[in-house]
Design a binder for this molecule. Structure first.
Ligand SMILES: Nc1ncnc2c1ncn2[C@@H]1O[C@H](COP(=O)(O)OP(=O)(O)OP(=O)(O)O)[C@@H](O)[C@H]1O
Ligand code: SF4
Ligand SMILES: [Mg+2]
Length: 365
């Protein structure tokens, strides 16, 4: 463990071009639903995550986007092995960690860290900032040169906090500052991958950008790979080089930022993008010409998801085939390499305007 973790450490690999760091195949998490009396048994399952394939490269920022309940946090917890997968495979730096036990996981645990959504509940109110940030070092028996305190002060500086506030308690800090403490804690073990689960959505809009900027700086300058989970496409647009869009436990589209934002092929991505305020679209987008798609109805229950394509109950392009055949996540003609879409009747790949808003009603489909 070195003591040079200020933001001057050289980037080891250019973002997005590194070796595969985390590889996931068929990743699945079904939460059993127990019922019955007097003997409880499994009566169903919440299909929270259902067969994800994805790769995160060393040093890249990967965004994971989707509506509430689509399985983003469950995915994050599976990737960091806080949850045990029901099926599938996770490999980290070439090692299969799918079912690795505590002891085998220890070295990997220090390399993969998580930042949580709520900076209020994720920091122990009875611990000082110093002991919160130093906790991971203590657990892992790490004694940095110059001592833990010096290292903690450095980390506080790295995340833009006053190192003199070492002995303060979380309640003495604002929400944004608390999330900076969470970032410092995640950095303490010099991780190679950070999974950030909606790290700014609990924060005041006015300070969200500051925290996103800090994460971006950390990602670029320390060469750390990020999985940034969000339901807001506007936030990940600036952060992520590649993005995956999730719907009801599945990835429906994945690709590099440019391709996904300018040529979305999946109707759901198209709908999500049309909800991004024009002010944050790139200058090439012709403001006002972007169609507005309002998705009506709720996401169906993951206990009993629709057959075939899970989006079909809200999709304006759905046909019979969509109910009987699940669309595979593949590269479709006209898409750039690495841009994969799971749809039988994909969009043309242009975001040209339509005259009026498209309003979907689940009752009609
Ligand atoms: N421990 C659990 N037991 C049973 N069901 C669960 C559990 N954790 C999550 N779920 C269910 O799994 C589905 C996916 O939840 P998850 O929290 O991963 O979604 P999310 O995309 O993170 O949503 P949000 O945007 O609201 O954070 C939801 O239907 C949720 O109710
Ligand atoms: S497969 Fe069918 S229902 Fe699913 S997104 Fe494509 S057109 Fe819509
Ligand atoms: Mg969540």
């Amino acid at each position: 463990m070195g003591d040079n973790t200020t933001l001057t450490k050289p980037v080891e690999s250019a973002p997005g071009t590194g070796e595969p760091l985390l590889e996931v195949e068929g990743l699945t998490k079904h939460f059993p639903i127990m019922g019955g009396f007097p003997v409880k048994r499994k009566v169903g399952a919440v299909q929270a995550v259902d067969g994800l394939d994805l790769t995160v490269h060393a040093g890249e920022s990967f965004g994971l986007v989707g509506e509430s309940g689509c399985g983003k946090s469950t995915t994050g917890r599976l990737l960091t092995r806080l949850l045990e997968p029901t099926a599938g495979r996770i490999s980290y730096a070439g090692r299969d960690i799918t079912h690795a036990k505590r002891k085998q996981l220890a070295p990997v645990r220090s390399e993969i860290q998580m930042i949580f959504q709520d900076p209020y509940s994720s920091l122990n109110p009875r611990m000082t900032v110093g002991s919160i940030i130093g906790g991971p070092m203590e657990v892992n028996g790490i004694k940095p040169p110059g001592g833990r305190e010096r290292r903690i002060r450095e980390l506080l500086e790295t995340v833009g906090l006053n190192p003199e506030h070492y002995n303060r308690f979380p309640h003495e800090f604002s929400g944004g500052q608390r999330q900076r403490i969470g970032v410092a804690r995640a950095l303490a073990l010099e991780p190679k991958l950070i999974v950030a689960d909606e790290p700014v959505s609990a924060l005041d809009v006015s300070i969200q950008a500051q925290v996103v900027n800090l994460l971006q700086e950390v990602q670029r300058e320390l060469g750390i790979a990020f999985v940034f989970i969000a339901h807001d496409l506007a936030i990940v647009r600036h952060f992520s080089q590649r993005l995956a869009v999730m719907y009801l436990g599945k990835i429906v589209e994945v690709g590099d930022r440019e391709s996904l934002y300018t040529r979305p092929r999946h109707p759901y991505t198209h709908a999500l993008l049309s909800a991004v305020p024009e002010a944050v679209l790139s200058e090439d987008d012709e403001a006002g010409e972007r169609e507005r798609i309002r998705l009506a109805g709720d996401v169906p229950s993951p206990i009993n998801p629709p057959s075939g394509c899970r989006f079909r109950t809200r999709c304006w392009k759905a046909q019979d085939k969509c109910a009987t055949e699940e669309p595979p996540l593949v590269r479709i003609s006209g898409s750039t390499e690495g841009h994969l879409t799971a749809c039988h009747f994909p969009e043309e790949g242009s975001t040209t305007a339509r005259e009026e808003d498209i309003v979907l009603d689940t009752a009609l489909s």
